[in-house]
Design a protein around this ligand. Structure first.
Ligand code: RB5
Length: 143
């Protein structure tokens, strides 16, 4: 499974923890930035390129981190083919994959403790889309 991650300045510490966690698990992960500096980084500048890569099929799943997860999810969902879900618990992460075929997980560093965030990442990666009636609903969304 190929993964890609990105964050703004408010999500850089959690993004680093996600990267370390996934690397330890043996995943191939590309880091689109932001780097570890504390300089302001606007979330759309990271959400859009990541969403384009995922929507183009270059990566199986993407993970975006900002302060709340909201801005990243909003920006990513403007890209056709990107289905980003801002998840605050494992159940949401699992259902986002199983029912909504989400291909991008958005996380909020100012919302989640690191251990919970990593459990959410695990749940998102481990789940799979159930298809069937759920695909029919996604078809009605389009894009
Ligand atoms: C940055 O201050 C913050 O607004 C951003 O990381 C994010 O939470 C927006 O949705």
């Amino acid at each position: 499974m190929k993964l890609i991650v990105a964050s703004d300045h408010a999500g850089r510490r959690l993004k680093r923890a996600v990267l370390v966690h996934l690397a330890a698990k043996g995943f191939e992960v590309r880091d689109l930035g932001v780097d570890d500096s504390t300089e302001r980084a606007d979330y759309p500048d990271y959400a859009r390129p990541l969403a384009e890569e995922v929507a183009a099929g270059k990566y199986d799943l993407g993970i975006l981190v900002c302060g709340t997860g909201t801005g990243m999810a909003m920006a990513a969902n403007k890209i056709p083919g990107a289905r980003a879900a801002n998840c605050t618990c494992e159940f949401l992460a699992r259902m986002a994959r199983a029912h909504n075929n989400a291909n991008i997980l958005a996380l909020g560093e100012r919302v989640l403790g690191e251990a919970l965030a990593l459990d959410i990442v695990e749940a998102f990666i481990a789940a799979s889309f159930e298809g069937g009636r759920h695909q029919a609903r996604l078809d009605k969304i389009g894009g």
